[in-house]
Design a binder for this molecule. Structure first.
Ligand SMILES: *[C@@H]1O[C@H](CO)[C@@H](O)[C@H](O)[C@H]1NC(C)=O
Ligand SMILES: *[C@@H]1O[C@H](CO)[C@@H](O)[C@H](O)[C@H]1NC(C)=O
Ligand SMILES: *[C@@H]1O[C@H](CO)[C@@H](O)[C@H](O)[C@H]1NC(C)=O
Ligand SMILES: *[C@@H]1O[C@H](CO)[C@@H](O)[C@H](O)[C@H]1NC(C)=O
Ligand SMILES: *[C@@H]1O[C@H](CO)[C@@H](O)[C@H](O)[C@H]1NC(C)=O
Ligand SMILES: *[C@@H]1O[C@H](CO)[C@@H](O)[C@H](O)[C@H]1NC(C)=O
Length: 591
């Protein structure tokens, strides 16, 4: 029995006597549960997943303002595993050379990412399910995924085959499991690794990454075509949530078009399409039921081991998903709230139960947060920083991270349309490259984006300066961008600030990602949008070059991305700042 594992929890209840002994400094375990394409807006997690509610939501703290940096699996996961924005890790899509496993390892990340750092600090590391895209039956052993004491990884092209997935365990040959349900395999395999981890005295990190509620993708290996369809629930769950419907929010299949670029050109969905969307939604929810059962089993085992109280459990998703909002067919890759806002819930030693915190965080903050949990120092390569997980931790921050997170996308729209169940070619709607910033504070709740077509979007989601709150992102306040005159000068003043923030964030590195206002105005005490809104800065913000693109690219091609704020080079532990192209903040301030 590992009775001593309970001590840190007792300490929290105020039994300081009991907290002193020997093992109280033992490093915590971390269980990281990451779902695939699970949204935060359509799905009421607590009611669909009772075990997630019981063990994680009710026992932990929910962070409703958590965002992915790219609304696409592989770039999002690369940010989680490296702590870097996509413009720095440059894994910007799912396939090579823009992304995928090969892009990841070619840049040296296989030797330098989260599990490697945890192993170096004495952790046992385990992972089951989907890690990155394009780890395939062809390349899984060349090189093997590094950094795990035990890994059983889902392999393309069968990773999204709900009933016949392929896995490779450690250095064993890969195996296809015909007529086995994917989530049940992930559950079984996770339980196996959890037993291994518990049998060892080391603290452990266990990543659990089922494919649900991602679409099913069946690849014909002869014709090399892929067919997308709704996810498949386990046989025992089919029909359990019959009648489930996508919430009919104001942005659901609206009468007037919304958004920008190709989104604005979409036809309203017809009844058949709306019904297909609801079926898709029901399938997603039903596919989560097996995940919930897995969560129940994992918690039962942890509880039985006596080590649950010294275990952090993180529950999240790589990116969000939309069905019908802004007239969109099922998919992701957009900058709208449904696609970028993802579940993020944490329970564990010291975390307040049943609590909600408003801090804005992103996937680039996860590796920093996990290292902090494990008592490992932060890395110079990080663009994120540890998320304050309690109100006390938030108050104790000497330099609060501001209220923003940044979102990027580079790709054409080819695969984001699932209208007919087949990958559709939407040539006229091809460009889906944009950069945006999401900013939430006591006073503001805003989304600002610039597309590669130089279209702009600005949504005021809390009536920050507009009469009507637009939480559904239906009223673009900055159509036409800086190139046209706007009646409301407050909107223009705001847009100048948000554009400057995006100007820094779209090429930020390290501190300039964490403290962009400081990077922009090093001699001022501007730490928030509220500070920046001061009229004394009006002229300054007008002089800052505006975010723009010279062309639409499907890769991170800096030359196409307009004026660049600066580049930062990290040499060992010393950070040197170099002004590259474009604008020198100090110079501009003086003129
Ligand atoms: C990112 O990767 C793409 C595709 O390989 C490459 O063309 C581009 O130059 C890279 N961008 C940067 C900034 O390294
Ligand atoms: C699960 O997959 C294994 C490996 O392919 C196979 O031996 C087994 O029969 C499958 N289970 C069922 C129920 O078909
Ligand atoms: C796969 O593609 C080949 C070649 O186009 C075709 O003959 C075959 O019927 C397809 N298989 C399935 C299961 O659709
Ligand atoms: C609905 O739209 C689809 C195209 O996405 C079309 O094939 C179908 O015929 C339409 N159905 C009706 C009832 O108009
Ligand atoms: C869309 O995909 C097709 C097939 O892969 C490709 O030929 C085409 O160039 C793509 N379109 C764009 C704009 O990328
Ligand atoms: C800003 O601070 C730097 C470093 O202290 C100094 O060299 C520069 O003159 C200052 N600029 C202004 C406009 O005060």
């Amino acid at each position: 029995m590992r009775f001593y594992q309970l001590l840190p929890a007792i300490a929290l209840l105020g039994c300081s006597e009991a907290s002193e002994p020997l093992h109280s400094k033992e490093k915590p375990n971390i269980m990281f549960i990451i779902l695939d394409d699970l949204d935060y807006h359509m799905t009421d997690l607590g009611s669909v997943m009772p075990s997630v509610k019981k063990h994680i939501i009710d026992q932990g703290t929910t962070f409703p303002n958590h965002y992915c940096q790219v609304s696409l699996c592989c770039p999002a996961r690369a940010s989680i595993l490296t702590g870097q924005t996509a413009h720095n890790h440059n894994v910007t899509d799912v396939h090579y050379p823009s992304g995928g496993y090969q892009k990841f390892y070619e840049q040296g990340f296989n030797e330098n990412y989260l599990p490697v750092w945890l192993q170096e600090a004495g952790y046992g590391t385990y992972y089951v399910g989907k890690l990155l895209n394009d780890i395939s039956t062809q390349n899984y052993n060349n090189p093997y995924v590094n950094g795990w004491d035990g890994i059983d990884v889902l392999l393309d092209p069968f990773a999204y085959d709900f009933w016949s997935p392929a896995f490779a365990m450690n250095k064993d040959p890969w195996q296809r499991y015909s007529n086995n349900y994917t989530t049940d395999l992930v559950s079984l395999k996770s339980m196996g690794f959890l037993e291994d981890a518990l049998a060892d005295d080391k603290p452990f990190f266990l990543g659990v990454a089922p494919i649900a509620p991602h679409s099913e993708v069946l690849v014909n290996t002869t014709s090399l075509t892929a067919t997308f369809s709704a996810p498949k629930p386990a046989a025992r769950h089919i029909g359990k949530l019959a009648g489930a419907q996508v919430p009919r929010t104001d942005n659901f299949n609206p009468d007037k078009p919304s958004g920008a670029s190709w989104v604005k050109t979409l036809d309203q969905l017809n009844d058949t399409e709306v019904q297909q969307g609801d079926e898709w939604y029901q399938a997603r929810l039903e596919s989560l039921l097996a995940v919930d059962e897995m969560v129940e089993s994992l918690f039962a085992k942890l509880e039985e081991s006596g080590r649950l109280d010294n275990t952090y459990v993180i529950f999240t998703s790589d990116n969000g998903f939309h069905i019908g909002q802004h007239r969109l067919s099922p998919g992701k890759t957009c900058g709208y709230e449904e696609d970028i806002n993802v579940p993020f819930i944490v329970r564990g030693p010291g975390i307040t139960k049943g609590h909600t915190m408003d801090v804005v965080s992103g996937h680039i903050d996860l590796a920093p947060t996990i290292l902090e949990m494990a008592g490992i120092s932060q890395r110079d390569t990080f663009d994120g920083s540890p998320i304050p997980l309690t109100e006390e931790a938030l108050k104790a921050l000497t330099k609060p991270k501001t209220e923003h997170t940044s979102i990027e996308m580079w790709r054409s729209n080819n695969q984001s349309f699932l209208r007919t169940g087949k990958m559709e070619m939407m040539e006229e709607a091809a460009q889906n490259t944009y950069k945006s910033v999401r900013l939430i504070s006591g006073e503001y709740n805003l989304y600002y984006s610039v597309w590669c077509t130089n279209e702009h979007e600005l949504y005021d989601m809390k009536a920050s300066l507009h009469l009507q709150s637009d939480s559904q992102q239906m009223n673009n306040l900055f159509e036409g961008g800086f190139g046209r005159s706007h009646e409301n000068t407050d909107i223009v003043r705001l847009a100048h600030r948000l554009d400057a923030l995006l100007y820094v964030l779209k090429s930020c590195r390290g501190d300039s990602c964490r403290y962009p206002w400081e990077a922009l105005m090093p001699n001022e005490t501007v730490n928030s949008l509220t500070d920046a809104m001061s009229p004394q800065y009006d002229e300054l913000f007008e002089t800052i070059p505006k975010v723009s693109f010279s062309s639409c690219q499907q890769d991170h091609i800096i030359e196409a991305e307009g004026p660049q704020f600066e580049t930062w080079t990290v040499e060992g532990s010393k950070t040197t700042r170099e002004i590259s192209r474009g604008w020198d903040p100090v110079q501009a301030w003086m003129t």
